[in-house]
Design a protein around this ligand. Structure first.
Ligand code: HEM
Length: 128
């Protein structure tokens, strides 16, 4: 299930999804704004498949760490953990968005990215 996969995430992002200020970004209250951005669904799949490195800003706070890639997980496990973080701690899918599917994850494996390229693509989302 998504909750069991999330056990691999919570050492950094914390069981509450609150992260650690300045070190590990929050997922609580933040995943919905990623999903609502144009290209946000593809972006968040890329973070899981390829990782993320370099400076980012989340709700006005800067982070400059390294999110490990989880491309070794099965497509269905990546979809499950994305559905988990999209619906925990008060998070909700934006209106009209459906759950992630394994097929949606698989499609994003076609053109591999580096963790730095994932960061570069994040800029187009306009997250502050
Ligand atoms: C970033 C989810 C595991 C450290 C992110 C982001 C997401 C995410 C969605 C992007 C936030 C954004 O773009 O605003 C997850 C999930 C995990 C996981 C679902 C488990 C499968 C981890 C672990 C660590 C970690 C284990 C620490 C070793 C980070 C860091 C960033 C980040 C440092 C920001 C990277 C940067 O500053 O460029 N994570 N994460 N994550 N995650 Fe994770």
């Amino acid at each position: 299930s998504g909750a069991s996969v999330y056990q691999q995430c919570q050492g950094c992002h914390q069981p509450t999804g609150a992260g650690i200020p300045g070190v590990f970004p929050p997922l609580a209250g933040h995943v919905p704004e990623i999903l609502a951005a144009k290209g946000g669904r593809e972006y968040i799949i890329h973070v899981l498949l390829y990782g993320l490195t370099g400076e980012i800003s989340v709700k006005g706070a800067k982070y400059n760490g390294a999110m490990p890639a989880y491309g070794q997980l099965k497509d269905e496990d990546i979809a499950a953990v994305l559905n988990h973080i999209s619906t925990q701690w008060g998070n909700k899918f934006p209106a009209g968005q459906k759950e992630f599917t394994a097929a949606e994850v698989k499609a994003q494996r076609a053109k591999p990215l580096t963790a730095a390229q994932v960061n570069a693509a994040r800029k187009a989302l306009g997250l502050q």
